[in-house]
Design a protein around this ligand. Structure first.
Ligand code: C5P
Length: 422
């Protein structure tokens, strides 16, 4: 299995967690000159929707691409563009604005502005604010591909990285100038996801996490099949939370239409056998395996090549079922298994069934829930079963619950990666 890097060009992003995940966070969002300024309108909207307060600061060049009025309307706060702004009582906007911030994000970051950061130059409000900061800095480059590839730009980017600045992107693709290549600003949804991830403690940094999610589909004929009501939401939320916690995540997904969480490597499968094969190929590289998928227990022994026809007077079709492999139990029985976490969707007596299932599957941690209270919903209520007993968790939004579960898993799984960072 190849655990991919966090920024996958062309990936689809999951940003509507349903929770105010940036509540209480204060960002300074700095715009510099570039056509990608139009993307910052959407980024600002996403940040505000997630509960953040956003202070917009623009360079003179940025105001040529999008107006301060637009940015003020979207952020709900006055926009700063000048070092000499008399609105700050002490006339020191470069100090006051950065002291309030949890993070400064420069998006889009032009070639020139990256050069300024690299060289510590400060000749306008935004560059002065950057050098006077006492908080982390995220930079989202956007420029023509030749400007990006220029050795001077590459030197400057390497320098700001070495200085501890996080650089997000750029993406590859068609550019406003008509050329194609590296340098496009990542999409606003990706920038939003990266900002959300920035605020999460990196409790799984260096861990490689394999997750199954969704239902499986067992065909009867070319058009019909057997599936179940799993939406995949819990597995996808766990994949997102693990990636935000710094893990390299490989998600094996049954047939669901959910977008891929940011930075997650996704492999789509249909049947239990395909899911089994994908998992077995990926397991040797995994430190943690979280089996969230609702895998069909049976499949028909013979899939009809043609659509089974309904004909008057004919007997009803009959099917012989064979058992599907138990993916979780198979992985747990390997001689050197990853840390295995199972899920159990029961219809009743969770306590008894959860403990019994944990033993039967041979896993150190089993997460139990009541199927009819979770399938398709945005929230869930679970009980943890491990060697020390049971721990019920309160009902919560699946994304919030996923963060709690990743923290519980990180506490229990043996660490194989680098040092813990927050
Ligand atoms: O036996 P049951 O289906 O209730 O077990 C649920 C747990 O086992 C889940 O973690 C599920 O992903 C996993 N499972 C599996 N392969 C199967 C059936 C279940 O990995 N064939």
């Amino acid at each position: 299995m190849t655990f991919k890097t966090r920024l996958l060009p062309g990936a689809v992003f999951f940003c509507d967690g349903g929770i105010l995940e940036l509540a209480g966070k204060h960002l300074v969002l700095g715009l510099t000159g570039g056509i990608a300024c139009y993307k910052i309108a959407e980024l600002t909207r996403l940040l505000i929707k997630a509960g953040a307060t956003v202070q917009i600061v623009m360079t003179e060049a940025a105001t040529q691409f999008i107006t301060p009025v637009t940015m003020q309307a979207l952020s709900g706060r006055p926009v700063y563009t000048s070092q000499w702004d008399a609105r700050m009582p002490n006339n020191m906007p470069h100090i006051d604005l950065s002291r309030e911030a949890d993070v400064i994000v420069i998006a889009p970051a032009s070639t020139d502005f990256i050069a300024k950061i690299a060289h510590g130059r400060c000749d306008d409000l935004l560059s002065t604010l950057v050098i006077a900061r006492d908080c982390p800095l995220l930079v989202v480059p956007a420029m023509n591909r030749q400007m990006w590839q220029n050795p001077a730009t590459q030197r400057n980017v390497a320098q700001i990285r070495a200085d501890g600045v996080e650089v997000l992107g750029p993406d590859s693709g068609s550019q406003a100038c008509g050329e194609v290549g590296d340098g496009r600003m990542i999409e606003p949804e990706a920038a939003f996801e990266a900002i959300c991830a920035f605020f999460q403690p990196k409790i799984m940094r260096g861990q490689r996490v394999l997750i199954t999610a969704g239902p499986t589909f067992e065909p009867l004929d070319p058009v019909r099949g057997i599936t179940n009501r799993s939406s995949g939401k819990m597995g996808f939320a766990l994949a997102r939370a693990a990636a935000q916690a710094g893990a390299d995540v490989h998600l094996v997904a049954g047939p669901v239409s959910l977008p891929t969480p940011w930075g997650v490597y996704r492999e789509d499968v249909q049947t239990a056998q395909q899911m089994h094969d994908a998992v077995m190929a990926a397991t040797p590289d995994a430190d943690v395996f979280i089996a969230v998928a609702a895998v069909a227990d049976w499949r028909v022994d013979h899939v009809s090549e043609h659509k089974i026809k309904k004909a008057a007077g004919q007997p009803l079709p009959a099917f012989n079922f064979v058992e599907n492999p138990d993916i979780l139990a198979t992985v747990a029985k390997l001689s050197n298994p990853p840390y295995c976490v199972g899920f159990a969707a029961e219809s009743g007596d969770l306590q008894l069934n959860g403990m019994e299932k944990r033993k039967r599957k041979g896993v150190p941690l089993l997460i139990g829930n009541i199927g009819q209270l979770t399938f398709g919903r945005d929230d869930n209520e679970v009980v943890l079963f491990d060697e020390s007993g049971t721990t019920p968790l309160p009902r919560a939004d699946k994304q919030e619950l996923a963060r709690t579960l990743i923290a519980e898993i990180a506490k229990r799984a043996p660490r194989t990666g680098g040092p813990l960072l927050s």
